[in-house]
Design a protein around this ligand. Structure first.
Ligand SMILES: [Zn+2]
Length: 310
């Protein structure tokens, strides 16, 4: 959980990062309240002077109720946030999808200033997106308008996504699922060793301890099979980006997420090279977000500013 306090003009004053408390769903609310109180105290801000609290979280969401609904990475059916936080702190609180927030943050603080057609894409643990079309932020009926990680890129559905469906972009190219892609391709091409230099260590069960970082590192070191797989992931990413370009027709796409930020060239180069093979729309500029790992807190702040301003 990243938290930050911003000035009314939008300057980041101070930030904190903590492991999410998942003892029960109330503990998540309590942690947000405690972080808010701490940041205010440390920066000598009275809580009642806060304009708003913005929360940017992975979906699915119910933005009207201000709840997380069956969150993929938490063991709860729903996590109410808006109501319990407003009850305790008496400050207007807004929940948005993390990537919806990120695209707002990009427009207010990042590379998207003055741009009316803008998409943010994250390739990190998962894959997600946010879109502004004709200067309008796309939300959808539940706030899940741009769940691009669950666009189908493989109609054969060889890999299963964390959402339970098959063939989704995120099932192949996200940090969490790249190891599944590596295992699948190794089986398909009969590569038994998975490329020795790709592996950091063996787990107790004798299975290789694969991670997306291990794959990219091995490719950087020149391991041929790893390099081939990184290119295959790049090709799948370019299909995902092409779908985004065909659907939203942006003039700029900014890209973030840990996998992107740690492997900028490996992620962006194949996309720029191949995306035209799958698009009908004019290709937009595609850049790494200048907001880096903080794009989420900029997004939460942008959401609070956007939704509290008259
Ligand atoms: Zn999915």
């Amino acid at each position: 959980m990243r938290a930050a306090i911003f000035s009314r003009e939008g300057a980041l004053i101070s930030k904190r990062k903590e492991k999410v408390e998942t003892r029960n769903k109330e503990s998540i609310t309590q942690q947000i309240v405690a972080l808010t109180v701490t940041l205010c105290q440390q920066n000598k801000v009275e809580i009642e002077n806060l304009v708003g609290i913005g929360i940017a979280s992975t979906g699915p969401l119910d933005i009207e109720k201000g709840e997380l609904v069956k969150p993929v990475n938490l063991p709860f059916d729903s996590v109410p946030l808006k109501e319990p936080i407003e009850e305790q702190l008496h400050i207007p609180t807004f929940l948005v999808n993390d990537c919806t927030g990120a695209v707002l943050g990009e427009k207010k603080f990042g590379a998207g200033k003055g741009i009316d057609n803008l998409v943010y894409v994250t390739i990190g643990t998962g894959i997600g997106g946010g879109a502004i079309v004709d200067a309008n932020l796309l939300l959808g009926k539940d706030g899940d308008a741009v769940e691009i990680g669950h666009l189908t890129i493989d109609y054969e559905g060889r890999l299963k996504c964390g959402c339970g469906k098959r063939g989704h972009w995120e099932a192949y190219c996200s940090g969490k699922n790249i190891p599944n892609f590596v295992r699948m391709r190794s089986k398909e091409v009969g590569q038994k060793t998975l490329g020795k230099s790709m592996l950091h260590s063996k787990q107790g069960n004798g299975l290789p301890n694969l991670s997306s970082e291990a794959l990219f590192d091995a490719a950087k070191r020149g391991d041929e099979f790893s390099f081939q797989l990184v290119n295959e992931i790049g090709l799948l990413n370019s299909i995902g980006f092409a779908n985004v370009i065909n659907a939203y027709d942006p003039s700029l796409i900014t890209v973030g997420g840990t996998v992107t930020l740690m492997n900028e060239r490996f992620i962006l180069y194949p996309v720029k090279k191949h995306v035209k093979e799958y698009t009908v729309n004019r290709i937009p500029e595609i850049v790494v977000t200048p907001l880096g790992q903080d794009v989420g807190v900029y997004g939460a702040a942008a959401a609070a500013i956007e939704f509290t301003s008259p």
